[in-house]
Write a protein that binds this ligand. Structure first.
Ligand code: PLP
Length: 420
């Protein structure tokens, strides 16, 4: 039975409860977790008006009794580290997406690192990375001593496409790999990107950290010959609280992906046959992942409903990420709305937060991140600059109620009517 953990007990830190279904604000107080607050901007403003208004959080996970039961079972089993539950989750993930191989890890960043190491990326290598992404896509490349070569985004989808990648490859013919990102849960044009990768004899790594359960031309992400990674962080479509997975249909990569996950240790204990690190999940995390995965389709349907309502009811005021025909199942980890310009976006963002709607401004592109600029200097990516300047991301999440959605729509509408 699926139900939310509710009641009067206060939520443990970093573990907000799902809506309790009573009282004036049905979205329970709490914060996702420290990591979930990493979005740029965020919001903590308080004022008189807001005190009387509903508070809608940017993303509230639906974690409750199913997960508590699953965790309890693991705690009582005597096997807490990576073990049978992780194996079961790997089998269930493969069944869900159709991918031949699934390797579960302790977070999405580890999935990226494991995949990059497995693909042979190391010191001095150049790797194409979209500039319009969360920092982990680029920092995992940097962590291995390689250099991210930034690719500007398509202004309609915010993803990189074949045109953008070819332009950069022409200037960096020695690049060793192409990383694409399914921004906010919108699948990239995979056939086209795979075509470019094959033409240049380069591996394609798909960072689908934000796009679990997504489909490209009716086929689930992960069920490909290239390597795909997912994040199961707490704000994602399916969560292990912190967790991730790597999927591929390639038999020749899977042993190495598994070795790299666990210090490169071979069959003999303490004998390390590959370079690797500790990317292992615990069975506690994997048990949560199993419970969540069973509800994935319900979560995606809810996210789809929220996105459609926003687009239908706010389309007169805001623009949205374009969903091309090939993206047959976007999974809306983040809902990105675009104002006319930065000035309007900033005013809208402030208004929303002052009226109980928690937002994020995701995210300054990599070429604008202070660390990247210090280390690699200035890079021109004008389309990502123009896109980021207009974006505000509205609340979306697995525990969002119709009332929450209605409140967000109402506040945006009031802003555009010039209400105080
Ligand atoms: C595009 C992208 N890549 C990688 C990651 C890293 O995943 P994690 O937070 O699970 O380490 C994220 C996290 O949100 C992401 O959005």
């Amino acid at each position: 039975m699926e139900s939310n953990m509710t009641g009067s007990a206060s939520p443990p830190p970093g573990y907000p409860l799902s809506p309790s279904g009573s009282g004036p604000s049905t979205t329970a107080p709490g914060r996702l977790s420290e990591g979930a607050e990493r979005g740029v901007g965020g919001s903590e403003p308080r004022n008189e008006t807001m005190a009387q208004e509903r508070k809608v959080f940017w993303s509230v996970p639906d974690v409750g009794e199913d997960e508590a039961r699953a965790v309890n079972e693991v705690l009582k089993s005597g096997w807490l580290g990576m073990g049978p539950k992780t194996k079961q989750l790997e089998q269930e993930l493969s069944a869900y997406t159709g991918a031949k191989h699934s390797v579960v890890v302790n977070n999405g960043t580890s999935a990226l690192l494991d995949a990059l190491i497995t693909l042979g990326i190391g010191p001095g290598d150049e790797v194409l990375v979209p500039t319009y992404t969360f920092v982990a896509t680029a920092s995992s490349v940097i962590a291995l001593g390689a250099k991210p070569i930034l690719v500007d985004c398509d202004p309609d989808t915010f993803n990189v496409g074949p045109k953008e990648v070819e332009t950069v490859l022409a200037k960096h013919p020695k690049a060793k790999a192409i990383v694409c990102v399914d921004v906010a849960g919108l699948p990239c044009d995979l056939d086209a990107l795979r075509g470019v990768a094959e033409k240049h004899h380069l591996p394609l790594l798909e960072d689908a950290a934000e796009a679990f359960a997504g489909e490209y031309r009716g086929k689930r992400l992960g069920n490909y010959d290239h390597v795909t990674i997912f994040s199961f962080h707490i704000a994602k479509q399916v969560t292990m609280v912190e967790g991730g997975a790597i999927q591929t249909n390639r038999d020749d990569l899977v042993d190495r992906l598994r070795l790299v996950r666990s210090h490169g240790e071979g069959k003999e204990k303490y004998v390390h046959v590959e370079f690797g690190l500790n990317f292992r999940p615990t069975d506690i995390q994997s048990a949560i992942g199993i419970a969540q995965l069973r509800k994935a389709d319900r979560y995606i349907a809810l996210r789809d409903k929220i996105a459609r309502r926003y687009m239908h009811e706010l389309g007169g005021h805001l623009a949205f990420q374009k969903v091309p025909d090939y993206a047959t199942r976007p999974t809306w980890m983040i809902f990105m709305a675009l104002a006319q310009n930065k000035e309007e976006r900033d005013r809208l963002n402030q208004y929303l937060n002052a009226h109980g709607v928690d937002t994020r401004l995701p995210w300054p592109p990599i070429h604008r991140q202070p660390y990247f600029v210090q280390r690699f200097g200035h890079v021109e990516c004008p389309k990502a600059d123009a896109t980021f300047a207009r974006i505000v991301s509205l609340p979306i999440g697995n525990a969002m109620t119709d009332e929450d959605i209605g409140h967000v729509i109402d506040v945006v509408t009031r802003f555009y009517k010039g209400a105080p």
